[in-house]
Write a protein that binds this ligand. Structure first.
Ligand SMILES: [Cu+2]
Length: 158
């Protein structure tokens, strides 16, 4: 049994060393509490308060970009004006007031004696709004179909 002693001593020594080592330096350490990865809090993009964008007026709407509205009236079988001006290549409107009670009038547009556009004929007293299609630039005549002596000049694009 000569060999047993040294082994035991070694074993004891080893245990002591292990214990010492264990006390001196902790075999393990708490890992630093991992900082929870805080996702950058993306705040919901607040809708701009009342920021209702005002779209610029675009073409294609009623009346076109200019939204031109001509006004004309008829009374005592005569138009109140003999000149009208409208934008070229753009639909426009004519607000026509027939102030002759019981008498039919309208507005018709001609060029070189040829009818270009005819508005509905209706009895006064009534006001109607005509939608006139786009016309090429130029000089036109406007008349009342019923009373051709009611006439004037429509300048388009001038
Ligand atoms: Cu008339």
């Amino acid at each position: 049994m000569r060999l047993a002693r040294p082994l035991v001593l070694l074993a004891v020594l080893a245990l002591a060393l292990a214990a010492c080592a264990g006390e001196a330096t902790p075999g393990w350490t708490f890992a630093p509490t991992p900082t929870p990865t805080v996702a950058p809090s993306v705040e919901p993009t607040a809708a701009p308060d009342g920021g209702e964008a005002t779209p610029a007026p675009t073409d294609g709407g009623n009346g076109g970009p200019a939204g031109a509205v001509l006004e004309i009236s008829a009374q005592n079988i005569a138009f109140d004006t003999d000149t009208l001006t409208a934008p070229a290549d753009t639909p426009f409107q004519i607000v026509f007031a027939n102030n002759d009670a019981g008498i039919p009038h309208n507005v018709e547009i001609k060029q070189g004696g040829q009818s270009v556009w005819v508005g509905d004929i209706f009895n006064g007293v009534e006001t109607r709004t005509y939608d006139v299609p786009a016309l090429a630039a130029g000089t036109y005549e406007f008349i009342c179909t019923v009373h051709p002596n009611m006439a004037g000049t429509l300048t388009v694009g001038g």
